[in-house]
Ligand binder design. Structure first.
Ligand code: MEV
Length: 440
């Protein structure tokens, strides 16, 4: 693309594609063909997707897989996972099966508090601001009644509004730090609407507050927005068993396995470089469920990593101990998830995923999602401390390369066997494939 384009959003889909093909593709016909190949054949489904976002030109498909046999608080689940990375679903399924025979997963929602803030600037006497805030606090809530009444009827609403002084960080910077209970909704729209109303009420009341000087009356609201950092919207998932039950690995005794596993987790607790990858593996499981259930994985990612850095040093989201002959492994993770609103009603695939999970409420979904993260981490650390990660990965990698090369099912079986004792680098697979084809 060499020049800016005017009015792109006004073009219809076909025109947008043609414009892209002309300006961005070296092989326009091929590019157009691929984009159109991924249009849905059912016009209603395509319309739905077209309207999720803006300037839609095609669809980007993600596979949805299932990891069965998850026993969570004595109930069995088959967990839907939408993810492009090979091995993730297999690792989750394997971990689920492993813990199925050892008591399953136990979970607990520790809190469900959501957060939002009105960020504002105030120049003046802080004691007067505190007195003003105390005088206006109830009005902030009553003037938002139109927004909050439905949520309140269901048992949620605004839990608290606090005035926070952040002038340590920025001159004149204060916040209304607000907390909410949004029940089964993720709550972004509810929270943002409340905050914008709080800001309006706050600013207007300041202008009419007689104790303020003219300068103090002029409160500058910079922004009103929810926070994706929700350390008190927290869930714990854990597994535990007697050390002697960790008896599936040929290479390590149960005691060695437990000790090495705990050490590996301690390394992730202590070392940010390792913690980031360790947590990335956890998010493989978390994001896959978050996407399948129509939730916002960017919000979940941002909140999870902020929580991992809550002490000031980025650390592991999971922890493990061996005490009195018992191995215990757990995760604490903030998950602001919703089961109503947003994509949950709009996307038929989300409805299917929810049904697969027994139509959970938000708390149950927090628990299931945390379990998927813990299972993923168990699988990854277990591989890392035993056979290494590449063994399982390379087989999937091999199949991906063979698929790209257009290998037949017969050829795939042949090459999986052929590469059993060889390293399946991309070039090695291509060469072996070409050699085989040349002999036919
Ligand atoms: C790969 O997607 C995730 C892992 O790197 C996670 C880990 O190292 O724990 C295997």
């Amino acid at each position: 693309m060499k020049q800016p384009v005017q009015g792109f959003s006004k073009l219809n889909k076909e025109e947008k594609i043609n414009w892209i093909a002309q300006h961005c593709f070296t092989q326009p016909e091929e590019g157009i063909e691929i984009l159109k190949k991924y249009w849905h054949t059912n016009a209603d489904v395509q319309k739905l997707h077209d309207e999720f976002i803006e300037n839609t030109i095609s669809n980007f498909l993600l596979p949805i897989g299932v990891a069965p046999n998850f026993k969570i608080n004595d109930t069995l689940y088959a967990i839907p996972m939408a993810i492009e990375e090979s091995s993730v679903v297999a690792a989750a399924s394997k971990a689920a099966k492993f813990w199925l025979d050892r008591g399953g997963f136990k979970t607990e929602v520790i809190g469900t508090e959501k957060v939002g803030q009105v960020h504002f600037l105030y120049q003046g006497d802080e004691r007067k601001l505190i007195a003003f805030f105390e005088s206006i606090k109830d009005t902030l809530i009553t003037e938002a009644a139109d927004i909050t009444q439905n949520m309140e009827k269901r048992g949620g609403g605004v839990s608290n509004i606090a005035l926070r002084n952040r002038t340590d960080a920025l001159e004149g910077y204060y916040q209304l730090h607000c907390t909410f209970e949004t029940l089964d909704a993720m709550g972004a729209n509810f929270i943002n609407s409340c905050l914008e109303q709080f800001a309006k009420t706050f600013k207007a009341a300041a202008l009419a507050y007689n104790d303020f000087t003219e300068e103090e009356k002029d409160i500058q609201v910079v922004m009103s927005i929810l926070s994706n950092y929700v350390p008190d919207c927290l869930v714990r998932a854990e597994v535990s068993c007697k050390v002697e039950e960790l008896n599936e690995d040929k290479e390590l005794s149960p005691e060695e396995f437990a000790a090495t596993f705990v050490r590996a987790v301690k390394i992730a607790e202590a070392e940010p470089y390792r913690a980031v990858t360790h947590n990335k593996g956890i998010m493989n499981g978390i994001d896959a469920v978050v996407i399948a259930t129509g939730n916002d994985f960017r919000a979940i990612e941002a909140g999870a990593h902020a929580y991992a850095a809550k002490t000031g040093s980025y650390s592991s989201l999971t922890h493990a101990t061996v005490e009195d002959g018992v191995f215990r492994f757990w995760i604490d993770i903030p998950l602001a998830l919703g089961t109503v609103g947003g994509l949950t009603k709009l996307h038929p695939m989300v409805s299917v995923a929810m049904e697969m999970l027994g139509s959970p409420d938000a708390k149950k979904l927090m628990e299931i999602t945390a379990v998927a993260g813990l299972a993923q981490n168990f699988g990854a650390v277990r591989s890392l401390i035993t056979s290494g990660i590449q063994k399982g990965h390379m087989k999937m990698h091999l199949l991906n390369i063979l698929n790209q090369l257009g290998a037949t099912e017969e050829e795939k079986v042949y090459f999986v066997n052929y590469f059993k004792d060889k390293t399946a680098t991309h070039s090695a697979v291509v060469t072996a494939f070409e050699n085989l084809r040349a002999t036919i």
